[in-house]
Design a protein around this ligand. Structure first.
Ligand code: BDR
Ligand code: CA
Length: 318
């Protein structure tokens, strides 16, 4: 008998990062999520900084028993495009943060993922909020555990324009070969791209709700949004920053928060100007069978209620 209220077991593979940080807090707090492990990747910052940031965020959240493992320092093709121009020198610039209260696993990200999948009684969802290098390496190195992955839901790509380049979103640009492996793995794939996450803006009203919370976690989130927002103003002339990554976790917690479209998805690995661009065939021009579910429309008010409620409950409980 299926149990729809049982928490969804997940591995969160991330490159924190201000919006990854909020995704981690949401996953830690939500009773609908069973956060089995956090694995880190290069992306918004170096792998050393991403791992340190994951440990600091989990320390802030009081989730120091969550296993954390360090992953890829660069893409499958050996590149290491970094997003410090958005997230600052540390990858999580802004407020003072606690130092890590625990150490990462001695296992690599791929080893930890493999172990978690092997020992789980239930299929596990992989949530990827950075370049998908670790996930692709898992698929390539451990095909025997692929059947234990319920689905891969990743933040990346877009049905429209990019951000890191005019056409490519950062995570998909950083490792297109990895995303290609993920898409062609046979595992169900859901894409949460910029077309969706640009509906999740941390407006001044949202930031004020964070700052009004009577605890440091709310204030830290507010300050993170301040730093993130200043990058978005400087680089892309946005009035408010899009808080991309928690949309993936929110989609698991409240399945009807996002409207999805099944379609054919590919990623450009060769283009002279378009490397890392996602090809999302919304109008079936290629007449290929759908191979992904693509996020289209966010219930923005409910999204922020969910995220802010989680941050507040986490802060009140500390
Ligand atoms: C993605 O890149 C990073 O800046 C964010 O953490 C997010 O995962 C948005 O393009
Ligand atoms: Ca990210």
């Amino acid at each position: 008998m299926s149990n729809d209220t049982a928490p969804i077991p997940i591995i969160l593979d991330c490159d924190p990062g201000h919006d990854d940080a909020i995704a981690i807090l949401l996953a830690v707090q939500s009773p609908r999520i069973d956060l089995l492990a956090v694995t880190t990747t290069f992306g918004n910052c170096s792998i050393d900084d991403a791992t340190r940031n994951a440990l600091r965020i989990l320390t802030l959240a009081g989730a120091t028993t969550t296993p954390v493992a360090r992953g890829a320092a660069g893409s499958l093709a050996g590149m290491s495009e970094l997003g410090n121009y958005v997230h600052g020198v540390s990858g999580l610039d802004g407020p003072e943060m606690p130092e890590p209260g625990f150490a990462p696993s001695e296992k690599s990200a791929v080893e930890l993922m493999q172990g978690v999948l092997e020992s789980s009684d239930h299929p596990v969802t992989i949530v990827a909020t950075g370049p998908t290098t670790n996930v692709a390496a898992l698929i390539q190195q451990h095909p025997e555990v692929v059947h234990k992955v319920a689905e891969i839901i990743f933040m990346g790509g877009s049905t429209e324009r990019g951000n890191h380049t005019p056409t490519a979103e950062f995570n998909t640009y950083a490792d297109p070969e990895a995303l290609d492996t993920v898409i062609n793995s046979g595992i169900p794939v859901r894409m949460v791209g910029l077309n969706l996450t640009h509906q999740a803006l941390a407006t001044p009203e949202i930031v004020a709700r964070m700052q009004a919370m009577p605890h440091p976690i709310g204030h830290i989130c507010g300050e993170w949004m301040g730093f993130f927002g200043s990058s978005y103003r400087a680089v892309w002339s946005f009035d408010s920053p899009p808080v991309h990554d928690p949309c993936t976790v929110a989609a698991l917690i409240e399945p009807d928060l996002i409207a999805w479209q099944e379609c054919f998805l590919a990623v450009e690995t060769k283009g002279e100007w378009t490397r890392g661009t996602t090809i999302v065939d919304l109008h079936n021009r290629y007449e290929r069978p759908p191979n992904a579910s693509v996020a289209m429309k966010l219930d923005t008010a409910r999204y922020w209620d969910l995220v802010l409620d989680a941050i507040d409950k986490l802060g009140q409980g500390r």
